[in-house]
Ligand binder design. Structure first.
Ligand code: ASP
Length: 498
């Protein structure tokens, strides 16, 4: 039998994983209580409860069954020494209350689908492990081969223009869709109250995050005071700065001294790319595990309430990914837009299942080089930079989300406010770290700028995980588009390997 292509394998894994996760889904209404009284330990599954009272000393907290996530947080927030004396009382309609003391653990039920998550986590960790040495080594070699600081600056400037343009385009698409579809007008008052109650405490922790975007500071902080600390803390922009600087300066040094250094990093970069090949062998299994775990824990009911909002974001992401980038690729390079999309499939599938542009970076670099024929000197510069600052999917989503929340609160946004969204969402997406779930935190900046209550993010939190997966696909596709276009405008021929 002919071996299936990798992206077909991953796609099959994704579909099977989703089905597996849906079959072994976690029942949101079941809580598992583990107790130890004396020497006796026991595990109880409590289902069908309507209220739960958590009593510690004199303080009492009461939750309804709709507030499952908050119950777990309240429990985790209790000091460890208070837990054994805490009394949990579950009330169920028409049944005797159930009371527990000596509780050692309170959690949601686990299913086989959530238990296999570590396979996926191992994959994400392996990809992250490759990313930092790969970026440092290949960018350094790339910069050394360009050799000319003016050339680096020219490519840098063009790349930034591309990033800014595509981001602004993405937000504009989001805004147009949100204004036409008006998803916020489709949410009833009762759904709004329910969503707000369910996610309120989540919001508090997110709002507490210190947020500030300052362009001048961003430029200053691009310069690391200690490159090793930058590497250790995965400060991508600082690593990019250091690698470019060192690469360029190496060309000023005598061959006798610079040769071994460049060859060392060249060897390191090749080794890392080889490691991507190896790690991708487990991709289908990892994707299966990641999707199964996510689907099994996901409360699907919430998608129904927010269906118009979800549809609006997804439609925007699809347009950006399958129309805007391919058109740009067609306009500015000799590559066929279809080849571009076809070859990127594995990258997009990895982005979807890991929700992280940083974890996807090694796969994106490898694919752009070997499948799309973009020279290493371009991929190693454009892609790490893109993964860090170019997040078109995130920006589009922030645009839609801001308008959606404003609509639910009954605010009419003026044209000036919509332009403020374009500006702040561009900056917020630049500041978003390429890891799961950061986009929603940066959305707070956008909401603040247009004076919409930031508590509004409670409305969209329930579907954020899913939209995070989708927007990451757009983020990485935009970066790859940038690499292809930069290679062409810098008149490198693309040696495609279709
Ligand atoms: N998960 C996204 C990424 O890594 C960032 C976000 O929008 O939360 O690209």
């Amino acid at each position: 039998m002919k071996k299936l292509k990798l992206h077909t394998q991953i796609l099959i894994a994704l579909i099977l994983g989703a089905a597996f996760g849906a079959f072994f889904h976690v029942d949101q209404s079941v809580l598992v209580v583990a107790t130890t009284v004396g020497t006796e330990t026991a595990k109880h599954e409590v289902s069908g409860w309507s209220t739960l009272e958590i009593q510690t000393g004199d303080s009492k907290q009461i939750f309804t069954s709709r507030e499952g996530a908050q119950v777990l947080r309240a429990w985790k927030g209790l000091p460890k020494d208070k837990r054994p004396t805490t009394v949990l009382t579950f009330q169920s309609e028409g049944k005797e209350p159930q009371q527990f003391t000596g509780v050692t653990e309170l959690r949601k039920e686990k299913t086989i689908a959530t238990m296999i998550r570590p396979i996926g986590t191992i994959f994400i960790r392996l990809l992250n492990l490759i990313a930092i040495p790969l970026v440092l080594a290949s960018l350094l070699v790339g910069a050394a081969s360009l050799g000319d600081i003016k050339k680096v600056a020219r490519i840098g400037a063009k790349t930034l223009v591309y990033f800014m343009t595509t981001t602004a385009l993405a937000i504009s698409i989001g805004l147009v869709l949100a204004n036409v579809i008006q998803p916020g007008k489709q949410v009833s008052e009762s759904s709004k109250e329910l969503l707000m109650a369910e996610y309120q405490s989540d919001v508090q922790s997110k709002i507490a995050t210190e947020l500030d975007i300052n362009i001048v500071d961003m430029f200053v902080e691009m310069i690391p005071t200690n490159p090793f600390r930058a590497l250790a803390n995965s400060e991508m922009l600082q690593i990019v700065f250091f690698a470019v600087l060192m690469g360029v300066v190496l060309t000023f040094v005598k061959e006798e001294k610079s040769g071994p250094v460049i060859r060392f990093f060249d060897g390191l970069a090749d080794t890392m790319i080889e490691m991507v090949h190896l790690v991708m062998k487990i991709a289908p299994y990892a994707v299966f595990a990641l999707i199964a775990a996510t689907v099994s824990e996901f409360g699907f009911e919430i998608i129904q309430t927010l269906i118009w909002y979800v549809a609006c974001v997804l439609l925007g992401l699809v347009i950006q990914t399958t129309v805007v980038y391919p058109l740009l690729v067609k306009a500015f390079s000799s590559m066929s837009p279809l080849t571009f999309l076809r070859q990127l499939k594995p990258v997009q599938l990895v982005a979807f299942s890991t929700s992280s542009s940083a974890a996807t970076l090694p796969v994106n670099m490898e694919t752009c080089e070997t499948k799309l024929g973009v020279p290493n000197s371009i991929t190693s510069f454009v892609l790490p930079l893109g993964a860090t600052i170019n997040m078109d999917g995130t920006a589009l989503y922030q645009g839609v989300a801001a308008v959606f929340i404003a609509q639910v609160y009954g605010f009419d946004l003026s044209l000036a406010e919509q332009l403020t969204i374009v500006l702040t969402a561009t900056l917020a997406s630049i500041g978003t770290a390429p890891v799961p779930g950061v986009g929603i935190i940066m959305l707070i900046i956008v909401l603040k700028a247009i004076h919409v209550p930031e508590e509004g993010i409670a409305l969209i939190m329930g579907v954020d995980r899913f939209l995070d997966m989708a927007r990451t696909v757009t983020n990485v596709t935009g970066d790859a588009g940038g690499a292809v276009i930069m290679a062409s405008v810098e008149s490198h021929s693309l040696r495609q390997n279709a």
